[in-house]
Design a binder for this molecule. Structure first.
Ligand SMILES: C[S@@+](CC[C@H](N)C(=O)[O-])C[C@H]1O[C@@H](n2cnc3c(N)ncnc32)[C@H](O)[C@@H]1O
Length: 307
């Protein structure tokens, strides 16, 4: 990649010079490309990191799903994009296919960007892909991104921690059914922290996990906010309480992708909203009425969340 001596992949290529080429056979080191696992941020192209933009522009191929959002995807030439999200007909691209494709392209000598919404290691299967690449001796780097779990709610004026309101924050998937015997998420333990709970992939199962938090003893008046399509041109925010979670979602017609914030900090939106001056966010919120909302296809499933 041009002019960036800090790139992890450059170190990986240095390894090649020592004979540990990515094919593992000591030959053809120079023919192996590098994979960059890149976080796009929540969707505003202005929140792509400088390095993310650099990698995208220099890549031979960009494998992506829908979550980076329309503006970032439209900024990438169609001929170098491969969509590994939801296929036509609603079928999922299996993770095995994506893993295989990454190895295949890099082995052909291509520099590949695997572009993911937010941060690639926050509920993004980036860890699985990194391990798969390492197993196949493909040099890779990680380019962190602004996660929707922090930055996506931050642009709505909601700080995930606050000296007066929350000394801890938990990030959790709402995709799990809390009524399942073997749920990996311990909602009662999360409720007991007294801190902020940020739920990703949590639109569909909102009634179930809000009930689980109430059953664990949380106050029904606990503030709750839903931030939909954070930083996209049609971003919206809905606020309510834990006790009215489902109505808050349904009255506003909130659809994925959205982040749920449960905790006192969720009320900050109401306190600061009038003075929020993140240009496009403010514009989106001013215009983003329920009527304006369109049924985009960037669903929880598109986000890599097999329901
Ligand atoms: C598979 S997770 C990927 C998270 C991503 N890696 C990140 O760090 O933001 C998908 C979920 O992230 C959340 N999400 C991602 N981008 C979002 C956005 N722009 N606005 C609201 N929620 C978003 C939603 O909860 C969505 O269901």
């Amino acid at each position: 990649m041009p002019g960036d001596s800090t790139r992890n992949g450059d170190d990986a290529h240095a390894e090649d010079a020592n004979g540990k080429d990515a094919n593992g056979d000591g030959a053809g080191a120079s023919s192996v490309g590098t994979v960059s696992l890149v976080g796009s941020g929540p969707g505003d192209p202005g929140l792509l990191t400088v390095r993310a933009r650099d990698r995208i522009d220099a890549a031979d191929v960009v494998l992506h799903d829908k979550l980076p959002g329309p503006e970032i995807l439209d900024s990438i030439p169609a001929e170098k994009r491969e969509d590994v999200g939801k296929r036509a007909g609603g079928e999922w691209t299996p993770q095995e296919y994506t893993n295989r494709r990454l190895v295949e392209l890099a082995s052909e000598g291509k520099d590949v960007v695997r572009l993911k919404g937010g941060d690639p290691f926050v509920f993004g299967r980036g860890g699985e892909e990194a391990e798969h690449l390492a197993e196949h001796e493909i040099p890779f780097e990680v380019v962190p991104g602004v996660t929707s779990a922090i930055g996506g709610v931050g642009v709505a004026g909601i700080p995930v921690t606050h000296r007066d309101h929350a000394s801890s924050v938990s990030f959790v998937t709402g995709h799990e059914d809390p009524t399942k015997d073997e749920s990996a998420v311990n909602w009662a333990a999360l409720a007991a922290t007294g801190g902020t709970i940020v739920v990703l992939m949590g639109v569909g199962k909102l009634p179930e996990y809000s009930r689980a938090l109430l059953d664990a003893g949380m106050d029904p008046e606990t503030p709750l906010a839903l931030v939909e399509r954070a930083t996209w041109p049609d971003m919206r925010v809905a606020t309510g309480t834990l006790g009215s979670a489902e109505a808050t979602r349904d009255d506003a017609g909130i659809e994925p992708p959205a982040v749920t914030v449960v905790g006192d900090v969720a009320a900050s939106y109401g306190r600061v909203r009038e003075f929020l001056a993140n240009d496009r966010v403010t514009d989106a919120l001013a215009d983003g009425t329920e009527e304006d909302a369109t049924e985009e296809d960037a669903t929880e499933e598109d986000a890599g969340d097999a329901e």
